[in-house]
Design a binder for this molecule. Structure first.
Ligand code: HEC
Length: 125
């Protein structure tokens, strides 16, 4: 990743997690786990109407499929052996017990399937 965005991310970390947490109001109960674990500091989840506190990471709504396209691995493999910036995040800043990790994989998998089905049933313009 370019140095500049790494700088932004580090600045976000320096700002501290607590300041923005209240902004990320969860509307869907499934969003709660991502808010609680600090993911929504950097990631929006538009399907759950959750905004990122600091929009530095990709929207997680389609992450289940995006990770396969971007990194060539499943979301499960990615979260257990993250690449790029998330490797640093999950090694230091974020505590993510495997029970939460597995829940997130299931939630994002379900979200992706619903979204795909919606997109597939929309007639092309
Ligand atoms: C400090 C900011 C930050 C936090 C906190 C954070 N991420 Fe990320 N995440 C990023 C950035 C930036 C990327 C883009 C990948 C890169 O540049 O390495 C990313 C990428 C990802 C990806 C790949 C998405 C895709 O579409 O390719 C997933 C999945 C992901 N993060 C999940 C999480 C989860 C789950 C949490 C909470 C446990 C979390 N992230 C917390 C910044 C963050």
């Amino acid at each position: 990743m370019p140095l500049i965005s790494r700088g932004i991310v580090l600045a976000v970390l320096a700002l501290g997690a607590a300041s923005g947490r209240a902004l990320a109001q969860a509307h869907d109960p499934r969003a709660e786990i991502f808010v609680r674990r600090g993911c929504t500091e950097c990631h929006a989840i538009t399907a759950f109407h959750v905004k990122a506190t600091h929009d530095v990471g990709p929207d997680l709504t389609l992450a289940y499929g995006d990770v396969v396209n971007r990194y060539g691995v499943s979301l499960e493999a990615f979260l257990y052996e993250p690449r790029g910036l998330m490797r640093m995040m999950l090694a230091s800043h974020l505590q993510l017990p495997s029970v939460d990790r597995d829940s997130m994989i299931l939630i994002l998998g379900a979200l992706y399937k619903v979204r795909r089905a919606e997109l597939d049933s929309t007639p092309p313009p």
